[in-house]
Design a protein. Structure first.
Length: 83
């Protein structure tokens, strides 16, 4: 999947995890964001589980996904529909 070895989970893989979690939360409705905002606070390491949590936002069809590792937020992705 990646062209070089890494010692942590790449951000692109975390974005894919967030996309899958958002789609699962909204199912059977589809995910159709008009904007995506990703924030990464720390590396997600391979040797510990990373819990992916998805929640609906106030805007219909908008979702926030947070990755939590060792009890601390590691990243957040907001999928927004613009209303």
């Amino acid at each position: 999947m990646f062209d070089h070895p890494v010692d942590h989970v790449p951000g692109l893989a975390l974005l894919e995890a967030a996309d899958q979690a958002a789609r699962a939360l909204l199912s059977p409705a589809s995910l159709a964001p008009t904007a995506i905002e990703a924030t990464y606070w720390r590396y997600v390491e391979f040797d510990q589980p990373c819990r992916i949590e998805a929640e609906s936002l106030a805007e219909p069809g908008s979702v926030r996904v947070t990755g939590v590792q060792e009890g601390e937020p590691a990243f957040r992705v907001d999928f927004r529909t613009g209303g």
